[in-house]
Design a protein around this ligand. Structure first.
Ligand SMILES: Nc1nc2c(c(=O)[nH]1)N[C@@H](CN(C=O)c1ccc(C(=O)N[C@@H](CCC(=O)O)C(=O)O)cc1)CN2
Length: 304
């Protein structure tokens, strides 16, 4: 069986078209959404991701506020940039690209939760745990959106997530078990005793451990949907150059019903969800301003 490709790159294109219309509607009200990024150091992967995020923004009319800081920038200097973006009215929302090599929890905590378009601020993760509406982390929502766009059933599905990281595995478990998603989730990791036995039960497998090829064909139930999220850089024997290796072994394509390629699957969906979070934040800010103006006008007209 040859699996259907869950084409994240194509879906990113569709989502950009959808968001372009919402950005135009905001522009008609005089609002231009702005995405800020804070990048520390010169890691080529991180530089590529941040560059891609700003190219996406340019394509749909979101303003870019890019803050690239040299390797060796101190925690205090990064926090100063975070405060600057918190206070900048042109910045609708921003992210601090990970990894920074610094105290990431302290940096995340300093971001204004209303501008946290990564959905990783402790307040927003807390709202997620409590089941309240808040910005959600981009990769987990990107996984769910990719499955939805290909009509892969999620409600009632048994999902095995491999990886307990804070940007993917842990929040994905929380999101998928909400009533609106209604999946049953097993959260596995590199310490799971019998990973193959767990994965074999799954209708949907999300491989996000960052271990090349950790999910093999023998582990996958025929017809299951498999999302390859893990990114490792390995040396390509043939070309002698570095390339991305995912967590899903190529043999899985012969067994699964759906597979997301890597690259070309969940990575572009992460970018799509970031754009979506920025547009959501701009719409929320405008709705808040409208509500305040209406309340002000009502108060000014006095009691009736
Ligand atoms: N602040 C954050 N930092 C990081 C996050 C995050 O969500 N927020 N996630 C990852 C990296 N990431 C987003 O920043 C990301 C990963 C992958 C892609 C992507 O489009 N990848 C392409 C291929 C890229 C390549 O060839 O190297 C693809 O998969 O097709 C975008 C963003 C860690 N840091």
């Amino acid at each position: 069986m040859a699996a259907t490709t869950l084409d994240g790159k194509a879906i990113l294109g569709t989502i950009k078209d959808e968001l372009r219309a919402r950005v135009a509607a905001l522009a008609a009200r005089g609002v231009v959404p702005g995405l800020g990024t804070v990048l520390v150091g010169d890691d080529p992967g991180s530089q590529w991701y941040v560059g891609a995020k700003h190219r996406d923004c340019a394509e749909i009319g979101i303003r870019s506020l890019r803050r690239d800081l040299p390797a060796g920038t101190s925690q205090g200097e990064v926090l100063a940039v975070v405060r600057e973006l918190n206070d900048d009215p042109e910045c609708t929302g921003f992210i601090v690209q990970q990894p920074t090599g610094l105290d990431e929890n302290a940096i995340l905590s300093a971001v204004d939760p209303a501008k946290d378009v990564d959905g990783l601020h402790p307040t927003n993760l807390g709202w997620l745990v409590l089941g309240e509406k808040a910005p959600l982390p981009c990769t987990p929502v990107g996984c769910i959106e990719l499955l939805r766009r290909y009509d892969v059933p999620i409600a009632g599905a048994k999902v095995v997530v491999v990886g307990r990281g804070i940007t993917v595995g842990r929040p994905l478990g929380l999101i998928l078990t909400r009533k609106s998603e209604n999946a049953t989730v097993t959260l596995c990791h590199t310490g799971t005793r019998d990973l193959a036995a767990e994965v074999r039960q799954a209708d949907i497998v999300v491989a996000a451990a960052g271990v090349p090829g950790i999910v093999t064909a023998e582990m996958v139930r025929p017809g299951a949907a498999v999302l390859d999220v893990g990114v490792s850089r390995v040396l390509d024997e043939e070309s002698g150059r570095s390339r991305v290796a995912g967590d899903v072994h190529p043999g899985v394509w012969d067994v699964a019903g759906y597979v997301s390629p890597n690259p070309g699957g969940v990575g572009p969906m992460t970018r799509a969800m970031l754009l979506s979070n920025v547009v959501d934040a701009a719409e929320r800010a405008l709705a808040g301003a409208d509500a305040r103006a209406t309340a002000g006008a009502a108060a000014a007209s006095g009691p009736r």
